[in-house]
Design a protein around this ligand. Structure first.
Ligand code: G6P
Length: 632
């Protein structure tokens, strides 16, 4: 995939309120329910506090909803009896406000129960609309904006005596906010109507059957032909035909994309958890990321997305990197990479802070937005802000066709394949791989990186997948060490230079999935506070690989040892100095220090994984978290 598409966002702060949810719908000849349930399970990373379906069969239009995970809904449906329908819609929710319960779960009926709707997003002016509808005598069961939305559509439908799609079109001119919606209509059994603004919606095109979903994962096993609906478009599938119109009623030609994703990429493939599978996939995901871009022998490094913007990149006065969570940690690694190799000043910003502090930014700035999902609301809003100030925006994203690649001027996909475990692992290393290639390319083009070093670094980067494979061989040892520390209440992660972001990432992984409090710090900062925490109860995880700050880190290890802290250290193969001091060492292969994070993070991912499993935590779906954070 080369260059990202450019699309304009039209409303400031548009992404402020987006709600995380997953939607799936089906119309065709097959039994809709199993397709929808399976699809919802694949979308549970988007939210898992309640779920529901609406199905249309000879008996009519029925809604089934349940608080809890999709499995609860599935159980409830099994108890309800044999349900068969060829058309249906389904939803999995992550509540932002309003209790997760059966009533607030989607789908929602219109007043006459003639229509039902699923919705991912939020209608900002729903209170005004609701007040109006209340005055007209409408009543509401739930606290949701979605129920207001569907009743508002029905009100227009009744008042104007028009078709449902026309009523929807008129309604969309009045609603303010974000939505990906699908409507089902009792009177049109072979029809689904969908629309999008701000929230993602993909349409799978089969043989006289169509699938709608928040991303392609529910669709891939049935068809690899998809249409990405654009903002302000309405899609209607009627009697096996798909038609797309803008909300101005102009028909557009659906562009059919070929999905490259494989079904096995979204299945566990024999692993107990997606997270473990994804950790073990890293040699392949990094190789996939480098493939076709880096050829060390010929010294060739091509990033298609950069081509058109290379001039801007090279002449940028500043690089601003914006992201959230693990992607922000990848951004921190990139700061070291860009400054070392390309000598351009870099700022790394939490997207959520950047967007609210009136940053100084102009057309000479090159902004890199990093995001696994391509849907993170804060990152999208930061992009919008930087774009409005004239900066060039480059996306580094994993999910093909997601909102960020559709919003930025250009970008590079990470090609890590679907990441399903909520805690990010392979996306992180793929992001660093793309950013490393960008830094090398930039340094070489600017002349700040001599050719011989450049070639040597290309070879080193090309060797990383095999070295990650070796780092993974520490798994059994890491599991043993994890057993010793699984009951810890706190942990400290320390690293320096390129390994400082790795310390942050290691601590984040542990917090996210095992619920143990952990802090990442630059090792040298320990003496300014965290050292007070150290006693024989405190495990300290050091990343002490062979690099320019190795000796300094060894001193920090000694300081911890003197205070009887427990020391686990990630070191370079053959290390003796740290081995003599630490309680446990985990060896990773030697590489150039700029690429060390790609190796040193691996045992830390495994460490948090094993601890979480031993503590009985839900590794792939940790409490309170979601993979795609579309709320601010
Ligand atoms: C959530 C996920 C994290 C991820 C962060 C940023 O918090 O749980 O794993 O790092 O969002 O997401 P993005 O998709 O923008 O990388």
């Amino acid at each position: 995939m080369a260059q990202f598409l450019f699309l304009c966002l039209t409303k400031t702060n548009f992404y402020k309120f987006l709600v995380m949810c997953g939607i799936v719908a089906y119309v065709g000849q097959q039994d809709a329910l199993p397709i929808i349930i399976k699809g919802l399970k694949r979308l549970e990373y988007r939210g898992y506090d309640s779920a529901g379906v609406a199905l249309l069969d000879q008996r009519g239009l029925s809604i089934y909803k349940k608080k809890g995970k999709v499995a609860e809904l599935e159980k409830f449906l099994e108890e309800t009896g044999d349900i068969h329908a060829n058309v249906g819609i389904g939803h999995t929710r992550w509540a932002t406000h309003g209790e997760p319960n059966d009533v607030n779960a989607h789908p929602h009926y219109s007043s006459s129960e003639r229509f039902a709707m699923i919705h991912n997003g939020i209608i900002e002016n729903y209170e005004v609309l609701k007040k109006d509808l209340l005055q007209k005598g409408y009543t509401f069961q739930s606290e949701t904006d979605t129920e207001v939305f569907v009743k508002f559509i029905e009100d227009i439908y009744q008042h104007n005596g028009c078709s449902l799609e026309e009523a929807l079109r008129l309604a969309l001119h009045k609603v303010v906010g974000a939505y990906a919606i699908v409507l089902i209509n009792l009177e049109e059994p072979n029809t689904l109507i969908a629309a999008r603004k701000g929230s993602p919606l993909v349409i799978g095109v089969g043989e006289k059957e169509y699938f709608f979903a928040s991303d392609a994962t529910p669709i891939i096993e049935y068809t690899n032909k998809v249409v990405y609906l654009d903002d302000y478009e309405i899609a209607v599938v009627r009697n096996g035909e798909l038609q797309i119109k803008t909300i101005e009623n102009v028909e557009t030609n659906p562009y059919i994309n070929q999905l490259e994703m494989e079904l096995e990429a979204i299945e566990k493939g024999g692993y107990e958890h997606f997270m473990l599978k994804e950790i073990f996939e890293q040699p392949k995901s990094i190789a996939d990321c480098l493939r076709g871009r880096l050829d060390a022998k010929s010294g060739r490094l091509v990033l298609g997305g950069l081509r058109e913007y290379m001039n801007k990149f090279q002449n940028a006065e500043r690089i601003i990197i914006t992201a959230c969570g693990t992607s922000w940690h990848a951004g921190l690694v990139a700061e070291y990479l860009f400054e070392e190799f390309a000598r351009i000043p870099v700022e790394v910003e939490y997207a959520s802070e950047f967007r609210y502090r009136n940053p100084v930014i102009n057309e000479k700035d090159f902004v890199i937005a990093i995001s696994q999902s391509g849907e993170t609301a804060d990152t999208l809003a930061a992009i919008e802000l930087a774009k409005s100030r004239g900066a060039t925006i480059f996306g580094v994203c994993n999910v093909v066709g997601s909102s960020i690649p559709r919003t930025t001027h250009a970008g590079s996909y990470t090609h890590a394949g679907p990441e399903i475990g909520v805690a990010s692992t392979k996306a992180f290393t793929a992001q660093i791989s793309v950013l490393a290639m960008m830094a090398l390319k930039l340094g070489y083009q600017r002349g700040t990186l001599p050719e011989s070093t450049y070639i040597q670094l290309l070879h080193e980067l090309a060797a990383i997948p095999a070295k990650v494979e070796k780092a993974l061989q520490t798994n059994a040892l890491v599991e043993k060490i994890a057993a010793e520390y699984k009951d810890a209440r706190n942990m400290l992660y320390l690293g320096r230079g390129y390994n400082f972001p790795v310390a942050l990432e290691g601590a984040l992984k542990l917090k996210e999935i095992s619920y143990i409090h952990a802090e990442g710090y630059p090792a040298a900062e320990m003496k300014h506070g965290p050292i007070a925490l150290i006693d024989e109860e405190m495990p300290v995880i050091f990343i002490a690989t062979q690099d320019s700050s190795y000796e300094k880190v060894v001193s920090n290890i000694q300081e911890v040892k003197a205070r009887k802290g427990k020391i686990v250290a990630v070191v370079t193969e053959g290390d003796t100095q740290v081995k003599a001091l630490a309680d446990h060492v985990i060896e990773v292969p030697l590489t150039h220090e700029a690429f060390t994070p790609l190796l040193s993070v691996v045992p830390l991912q495994l460490f948090s994984y094993h601890i979480a499993v031993m503590r009985g935590c839900n590794v792939d779906q940790p409490r309170n978290l979601a993979k795609s954070v579309t709320v601010e």
